[in-house]
Design a protein around this ligand. Structure first.
Ligand code: SF4
Ligand code: SF4
Length: 99
């Protein structure tokens, strides 16, 4: 797989194959427990409010980011995001391994 481009982001209207490429790239980086698609996030804050351990904070634009040391990879944020803009990397890896 080719190296991930820095600050690579998906946007509304991107093709499924483009989204898959972005996701695979993020998961292969394996740096964060949670990845947020900035172009899909509407900055509603629901994920931040529902995280059971307060592992999500918001940047200056209101987009959430994870505090890796606190996140327990429970998956709540991924399930609850109305825009499918969050991926919990450990859960995604498990799903891929099962296939
Ligand atoms: S719930 Fe989804 S759309 Fe709302 S702030 Fe979180 S990632 Fe963004
Ligand atoms: S996976 Fe769970 S603990 Fe981690 S940021 Fe999401 S809701 Fe919080």
């Amino acid at each position: 797989m080719s190296a991930c481009k820095e600050n690579d982001e998906i946007q509304f209207g991107d093709t499924p194959s483009r989204v898959k490429e972005w996701l695979n790239c993020k998961l292969s980086e394996n740096k964060q427990k949670v990845y947020v698609a900035r172009g899909w996030c509407k900055r509603c804050g629901i994920c931040v409010a529902f995280c059971p351990v307060k592992a999500l904070e918001r940047d200056e634009e209101g987009v959430p980011y994870v505090l890796n040391d606190i996140c327990i990879s429970c998956g709540t944020c991924e399930i609850i995001c109305p825009d499918h803009a969050i991926v919990v990397s450990e859960l995604k890896a498990k799903k891929v391994r099962k296939k």
